[in-house]
Write a protein that binds this ligand. Structure first.
Ligand SMILES: [Zn+2]
Ligand SMILES: [Zn+2]
Length: 247
């Protein structure tokens, strides 16, 4: 499995690419406002994306969806591709939310909206259900501690029971996140936007105290969703746009 980090910024942002990553070059997790810019910087063509995940409906994770879909719409209109429909997997309520957002971004009657609804298989995330995708990948989702409803992302290779990769998504610390750390993933991408324990986002101290001790010695932890300069220290490493991991 190949994990590529496209960006690490959150709402509090110093101008870095917003948080986003890709799996195996065809699954895109999050569609932040600068998604077209970060895809280009990471050399991922829009045509390669067959699955889009959105962990929750905060703007730093999804306000780029209209720009992404509009540009997919323009390209597909002219190219007549024969690819199967693209999947969009997001929290419950995604259809109503998507219609509102896409309508606000251009206008409610723009044809890219109907194009998106007829060309995408739109799936609501369900905690604990295993979603088997083509190309040998499975996904599971688990609720994190964040408002609105937010899901951590677990990704595994077909034939392997444990996830190879987990992204906590936005969350404060809580027992469900500690459980994720013990699931045997080889790479954990972890929210680190908080300054101190108990903040809305996990803090470096939360990670050191609750997450790292549960992880296997060979597993790596990458902190994300931060602003400003951060220095990796010991097992607490900070992700950077452009990082690539083969796990
Ligand atoms: Zn966020
Ligand atoms: Zn959020």
């Amino acid at each position: 499995m190949e994990i590529k980090i496209l960006g690490t910024g959150g709402f509090s942002n110093d101008g870095s690419f917003y948080n986003c990553f890709a799996i195996d070059g065809h699954l895109l997790a999050e569609t932040p406002p600068d998604i077209l810019q970060s895809l280009r910087a990471s050399s991922i063509p829009l045509e390669d994306i067959d699955t889009i995940l959105i962990s929750h409906f905060h703007g730093d994770h999804c306000f780029g969806l209209p720009f992404l879909l509009f540009n997919m719409f323009l390209r597909k209109k002219t190219k007549q591709t024969t690819r199967p429909p693209t999947r969009l997997i997001a929290p419950p309520g995604v259809r109503e939310w998507m219609r509102t957002l896409l309508g606000l971004a251009i206008s409610p009657d723009h044809p890219y909206i109907e194009w998106a609804f007829s060309n995408f298989e739109i799936v609501e995330m369900e905690e604990g259900r295993r979603y088997r995708l083509p190309k040998g990948l499975w996904l599971e989702f688990s609720r994190s501690y964040h408002s609105p409803e937010t899901f951590s992302i677990l990704a595994g290779n077909a034939g392997e029971e444990n996830p190879a990769f987990i992204a906590t998504s936005d969350t404060r610390w809580g027992p469900a996140i500690e459980t994720l750390a013990k699931k045997g993933a080889r790479l954990l991408l972890c929210d680190s936007g908080g300054a101190k324990p108990g903040d809305v986002h996990m803090s470096p101290e939360d990670i050191r105290e609750h997450i790292l001790p549960g992880m296997a010695d060979t597993a790596r932890l990458l902190a994300t969703h931060y602003a400003g300069r951060r220095v990796s220290e010991g097992r607490l490493e900070y992700a950077k746009a452009g990082d690539l991991f083969l796990i």
